[in-house]
Design a protein around this ligand. Structure first.
Ligand code: GLN
Length: 304
């Protein structure tokens, strides 16, 4: 398979494509990003890396970080975690409050904001310095010690993060939040502000394509059962109320973020990250989804 040729064709086909959505602007710092940025990186092995465009430029990974925090929470709590958060697709927008009311404050899954905020609460309870330990985890799995938070983005989201404050307060009233609101949202805004490139994200997500083994040392840091569950959640819940559409078009487990990034994995084959900041109405990168659809169609390979 000539992956570089396929990747280059995707670039050519989509770079001048009309895109009608908008860059996320409810986080003021994200509104400043150049909407024309477009990059992709596919990691298949040490000497099998394929990319185009702005694939080494860092961007705000936003909700993609929820896969990292879920991984840490699963290591800490094991199966007990599922008493605090469910594993069903929500069919609702990522920042919705409505389901929480009739489902007693238990979020539908760990990838909508309410679910990620419960995970943040768990990390605040169980880790001495959650921000530091998350950074160590991400640096370790991607083999890159330069990865860091973008403090300006974290501050910017905090200044307009009323919905996330509302979600934590509401779940606290319903008994599913243990800590004070402030340390939870502070951790959450920082995790979302992680700045990574397509190349770094593709490397980090090899953990999920490689059955729990990290690149380089091959150290196993997640069990096959945990990897199965995380990948299943990416497949069913990774794109909020567009999870069905992503599954239908692309046919791989993946996760998006409102920074315009999407990562997807083909178990035991590759990990791929794409970035284009213009979002569709569901908050997923428009060109990113199109690029991944072309990838699995042109290679003729998906998990199905
Ligand atoms: N930080 C964003 C928020 O809480 C993350 C949402 C996303 O990427 N879908 O709204």
């Amino acid at each position: 398979m000539d992956y570089q040729k396929i990747i280059d064709t995707i670039h050519e086909d989509l770079r001048y494509h009309d895109v009608f959505g908008e860059v996320a602007s409810y986080i003021p710092e994200l509104a400043k990003v150049d909407p024309k940025k477009f990059g992709m990186h596919l990691y298949k092995g040490v000497n099998e890396n394929y990319s185009f465009g702005d694939s080494t430029e860092k961007f705000s990974i936003q909700s993609i970080s929820k896969v990292f925090t879920l991984s840490i929470a699963m290591k800490l709590l094991g199966e007990d975690l599922w008493e605090r958060v469910d594993v069903e697709p929500s069919g609702d927008p990522f920042n919705s409050l409505t389901q929480l009311e009739y489902e007693s404050g238990v979020p539908r899954n760990p990838f909508i904001n309410s679910g990620a905020l419960v995970i943040a609460d768990i990390l605040v309870s169980n880790l001495k310095d959650p921000k530091k330990e998350l950074l160590e985890f991400v640096r370790k799995i991607s083999g890159d010690n330069a990865i860091d938070y973008d403090y300006k983005v974290a501050e910017s989201e905090k200044s307009t993060g009323y919905r996330n404050y509302a979600l934590v307060n509401y779940m606290k009233a319903l008994g599913n939040i243990k800590n004070d609101v402030e340390p939870i949202v502070d951790f959450y805004f920082h995790q979302c502000s992680l700045a990574m490139s397509c190349e770094e994200l593709a490397k980090a997500f090899m953990l999920f394509a490689n059955n729990g083994k990290i690149l380089g040392t091959g150290e196993k840091i997640l069990s096959p059962t945990k990897i199965k569950r995380i990948n299943a959640l990416m497949q069913t819940c990774g794109f909020y109320d567009e999870a069905g559409e992503f599954s239908f078009e692309v046919g791989l487990p993946g996760k998006s973020g409102v920074g315009g990034g999407i990562v997807a994995i083909h178990p035991e084959q590759y990990s791929v990250a794409v970035w284009s900041p213009i979002l569709n109405k569901k908050g997923n990168s428009e060109l990113g989804m199109a690029a991944l659809e072309k990838l699995t169609t042109m290679t003729g390979l998906s998990i199905f």
